[in-house]
Design a protein around this ligand. Structure first.
Ligand code: FAD
Ligand code: NA7
Length: 525
């Protein structure tokens, strides 16, 4: 063990076989960190800034591996309504969880109407109660906040409800209700996530809300303009429609940038079919509050230059998220920033030796909870558990919880073509008819799936895309198969579970290149 104490890490790693170097580095780092903290030169071994998915996972894992850890979390109120929330970060309070609950509420409304076709005696006048829904969602969130605090106490993570700001690379000021507290640590992990952006137009901050306000809104949203056609904009518009409100989606350029564009357009078409209008190629110009309390929105078509206006009850900005770098005083610690995010290397290390970053705050990686959790946990294991395992950001599956859900894993068709060339990519595709759609005569028009694969050789699957019911549940298992090197041969020789929609992946025989009709004649042939 002493070998590691006296040999500089650069020399130690040099000359060693390539695959051993990082093991030596990790072991050396582990011993060095433990020695410095044993000497008691810092208040903590590790301070994690941000108590969301990434920060909590990292802090708890670091304690499990013997580190003394503090975790700071602080939420600034929203500009329009002053909404704030407890520990746990975006996912629990204003992200995945309330979103999924509201999505579920909207699916239940749909199911109740379908139930009549299945023979249930259902009252036609059934309608949702927004304030009851918000109350139920908020009760659940409060219970998760409570469990999170208890868990941190049990796991011996010191939770500090304060806004962290660097003094230097080993010193932080935590701004607490009771005043400032200066604390030091050997190592810092920045896991501050992001918050929704607001457009720079008159009335945006005063009258528009974001997803940070929506899940606790104390009035019905009513007729809502959703500005932004990304993941969050489409999901919010989807559940608002399902709950009986009137959302309109304003699209600046394309729908679901970064996703497979054929699938993205099918998602949009399936929403339009349900009565959600899309204002294409449009950007907002201003929001004014009228005497009757309603919001007058003016916008411009970016192609024709034409201006238009309409009146809404709610304007929801869903134009992307900004990394929370400003309050951190990163120049004091010397940490570099790129477009409101922090660039890191494969070890999640920033440009400053003892400062790391994980989760939504890092530059160029998927903004998803399971990514944040796994990356945070793996980082703690590398720092304190002697592990060398890196986070693998490739082939992360995700779901867009629109009324007809879209889930995918791996490459989009256009990315596969860009990477391998059109002649080397084969796309297997098909429309399908979910059995449960028949009796209520639900539209099957957009139930579609495709496998993007290698054209020659083993026909390795590069990407899977599915639009239909319970999409996340369908794709999760296929994601493990894809990561394990799934081929078209394995896929079509897997016996399906009948009658499910997931089995449609095992029935993919028609290629786009063949030009054959991908519409099925029946459900069971
Ligand atoms: P966060 O969870 O944002 O946590 C960061 C915490 O740090 C916050 O509490 C913040 O207030 C705090 N903080 C910031 N600055 C400081 C400071 N200086 N000092 C102290 N504390 C600070 N992902 C999915 O996987 N599936 C989904 O279905 C999904 N749906 C979503 C729906 C919505 C509406 C939104 C907004 C996001 C959704 N996401 C979803 C994304 C997911 O929520 C994020 O990827 C995840 O929360 C990122 O975790 P994080 O720990 O990096 O950041
Ligand atoms: P996204 O996915 O970045 O989408 C933002 C959308 O807003 C996108 O359609 C943008 O259009 C549009 N946009 C951006 N700026 C403007 C302005 N100024 N005016 C009008 N429209 C605009 O962000 P989300 O918030 O949906 O999701 C972020 C992540 O959170 C997501 O990856 C999930 O993992 C959770 P563009 O395509 O840029 O023209």
């Amino acid at each position: 063990m002493h070998l590691f104490e006296f040999v500089p890490v650069s020399q130690l790693a040099e000359g060693a076989p390539r695959h051993r170097r990082s093991i030596y580095r990790s072991a050396y780092l582990d011993i060095r960190l433990r020695e410095e903290s044993a000497q008691g030169s810092y208040d903590y071994d590790l301070i994690v800034i941000g108590g969301g998915s990434a920060g909590l996972a990292c802090a708890k894992e670091a304690v499990l591996n013997g580190a003394r850890v503090a975790c700071l979390d602080y939420v600034k109120p929203t500009p329009t309504l002053g909404t704030k929330w407890g520990v746990g970060g975006t996912c629990v309070n204003v992200g995945c969880i309330p979103k999924k609950l509201m999505h579920q509420a909207s699916l239940l409304g749909e199911a109740v109407h379908e139930a009549a076709a299945y023979g249930w005696n259902v009252d036609d006048k059934i309608k949702p109660d927004w304030s009851k829904l918000v109350q139920s969602v908020q009760n659940h969130i409060k219970s998760v906040n409570w469990v999170t605090r208890v868990d941190l106490r049990d796991k011996k993570v010191e939770y500090i409800n304060g806004l962290g700001s660097f003094v230097d690379s080993h010193t932080l000021v935590a701004k607490l209700k009771s005043g400032d507290r200066t604390i030091t640590a050997q190592t810092f992990v920045i896991a501050v996530g992001g918050r929704p952006r607001y457009p720079d137009i008159p009335g945006a901050l005063e009258y528009g809300i974001t997803s940070d306000d929506l899940f606790s809104l104390d009035r019905e949203p009513g007729k809502t303009l959703v500005v932004g056609a990304g993941y969050i904009g489409l999901e919010c518009a989807g559940f608002l429609k399902g709950l009986g409100y009137e959302p309109t989606v304003m699209v600046r350029s394309i729908v679901l940038r970064g996703f497979d564009q054929q699938m993205a357009e099918l998602v949009a078409a399936s929403m339009e079919e349900r009565g959600i209008p899309f204002l294409r190629k449009s950007v907002p110009l201003s929001v004014e509050k009228q005497d009757d309390g309603k919001l007058l929105v003016k916008w411009k078509n970016t192609e024709t230059g034409e201006e238009a206006e309409d009146v809404f009850d709610t304007v929801l900005w869903a134009i992307g998220r900004k990394g929370l770098v400003d309050d951190l005083n990163l120049p004091n610690a010397g940490v570099s920033v790129q477009k409101d995010k922090i660039p890191v290397d494969s070890q999640e290390a920033t440009n400053v030796a003892n400062i790391y970053a994980v989760g939504d705050i890092i530059y160029g990686k998927p903004e998803l909870t399971p990514v944040a959790i796994l990356a945070g946990r793996l980082l703690a294991r590398r720092l304190y558990g002697g592990s060398i395992q890196l986070m693998d950001y490739a082939d992360v599956a995700t779901t867009v919880f629109t009324p007809l859900e879209y889930a995918c894993v791996g490459l989009s068709e256009e990315d596969a073509v860009k990477q391998y060339g059109a002649d080397e990519v084969e796309v297997f595709h098909g429309y399908y008819k979910p059995t449960e759609f028949f009796i209520p005569q639900k539209s099957v028009r957009y139930c579609y799936l495709k496998a993007v694969a290698e054209r020659h050789g083993d026909q390795r699957v590069y990407g899977l895309h599915y639009l239909g019911p319970v999409a996340g549940e369908v794709i999760q298992g296929f994601a493990a198969a894809l990561k394990s090197g799934l081929t078209i041969n394995t896929l079509i020789n897997t016996v399906g579970i009948h009658p499910t929609t997931a089995e449609e992946f095992t029935r993919l025989t028609i290629t786009k290149r063949s030009g054959l009709d991908p519409t099925p004649a029946s459900c069971c042939s």
